[in-house]
Design a protein around this ligand. Structure first.
Ligand code: GDP
Length: 364
């Protein structure tokens, strides 16, 4: 452990608290443990787990959120010590996505991701459920509804897999509509610009500034889940599409990267990415790294990119300077005050492909 890793852990924990609040929880307390490896049985060491149990008792908390992905056995082990529900970062993020998904496709994708997450954990939950339910579950299933020697959990697993297959088919069937729209834009050669960036960085605000679209701006993580596509214009009148995509977070669960691949394809497919960064955040460089990791996951790491360093009205000028020196192609703006927006429009105009595009638009 160095000071750096401690600061990183604290930033991550602060973000976890914000995520929990977004999910509708009230955050009561937090603890950090330094150890080389998580305890295989309870994640925290036994002394620390007891300390946590006392905090839970003293604050009256009903849930513990762990900033990591827990093995099913660790989750159960820790629950046995602290006596309240334990969830991990991935479970929490999936929960928020489930609350916020609006479109049919978004909802199907989140459910698929949740089931994928649930499947390997089913043993634990199945056991505790059947403990609670006593013999009822078995009676309800009825004789003949299960094969010889088949347990309830195997049956649940099979149902989940069937549901997942159905969701995959549904998602695949929804894809052509989106694809057609995108191909149409391609055919008409309208350049596409994608706004991407860490959650709460100011993507929706920026979209508003650039298009006067009146998109909802919420000071909550994940206000945006489904992509919004708007039309915008460069100062010299070239039209382009501007899409706002899902908010990124530190360790975005892999199930979600996969689930949102088609949404994230908007980013991968774009002619230009506006990578929005919150300059007033305690760790903007960490955000940049997390977002770039997702770019790599979706094969968008080589798309042209402008770093839009937002919230300069609230940022430390020293941090702004540092990022300007480290990164290429930075534009400093404030979506709130409008500072730098003209320069950004200009930069977008210089960065999107054009010539043929204008000619092609004339063809009926
Ligand atoms: P998104 O999650 O990336 O779409 O972020 P939003 O556009 O919803 O903005 C998140 C929060 O940051 C909102 O409370 C905005 O009012 C605030 N915000 C956005 N841009 C700025 C800015 O330039 N300066 C300041 N101070 N706050 C901003």
């Amino acid at each position: 452990w160095t000071e750096g890793t401690l600061a990183e852990a604290e930033n991550s924990l602060r973000e976890l608290a914000a995520l929990a609040e977004t999910a509708g929880s009230e955050v009561l307390d937090g603890i950090v443990q330094r150890r080389l490896k998580p305890d295989p049985a309870t994640y925290l060491g036994s002394g620390k787990a007891k300390e946590l149990r006392d905090i839970v008792a003293a604050t009256g908390a009903d849930t513990v959120v762990v900033d990591s992905e827990l093995a099913p056995s660790q989750r159960r082990g820790l629950e046995d010590v602290v006596k309240v529900k334990v969830i991990d970062r991935t479970g929490l993020i999936l929960d928020i996505f489930a609350q916020h998904a609006k479109s049919k496709e978004g909802k199907a994708q989140v459910e698929l991701a949740q089931l994928e997450y649930l499947l390997p954990r089913l043993r634990g939950w199945g056991e505790s459920l059947s403990r609670q339910a006593g013999g009822r579950a078995a009676a309800g299933e009825g004789i003949g509804s299960r094969g010889p020697g088949e347990t309830k959990i195997e049956l649940d697993r099979r149902r989940i897999r069937t549901r997942m297959a159905k969701l995959r088919r549904e998602i695949a069937a929804m894809k052509p509509a989106r694809e057609t729209k995108r191909l149409n834009r391609r055919r008409h050669s309208v350049p596409s610009v994608a706004i991407a960036g860490y959650t709460n960085a100011g993507k929706s605000s920026l979209l508003n500034r650039l298009t006067d679209a009146g998109v909802l701006v919420e000071n909550a993580l994940f206000a945006t889940l489904d992509p919004t596509v708007r039309r915008a214009q460069t100062p010299d009148g070239i039209g382009y599409t501007l899409s706002d995509t899902v908010g990124f977070v530190r360790s975005l669960p892999t199930q979600l990267v996969e689930a949102f691949r088609s949404t994230l394809e908007e980013v991968a497919d774009s002619d230009l990415i506006l990578h929005v960064v919150d300059a007033s955040h305690p760790d903007p460089e960490g955000q940049i790294r997390a977002v770039r990791q997702v770019f790599t996951d979706i094969d968008a790491q080589n798309n042209p990119e402008i770093i839009v360093l937002n919230k300069v009205d609230a940022a430390d000028p020293f941090v702004v300077e540092r990022i300007k020196q480290r990164e290429r192609n930075v534009v400093v703006v404030s979506a709130r005050t409008g500072e730098g927006i003209e320069e950004l429009r200009q930069r977008i105009s210089e960065s999107i492909p054009r010539p043929e595009t204008v000619l092609e638009l004339v063809v009926p």
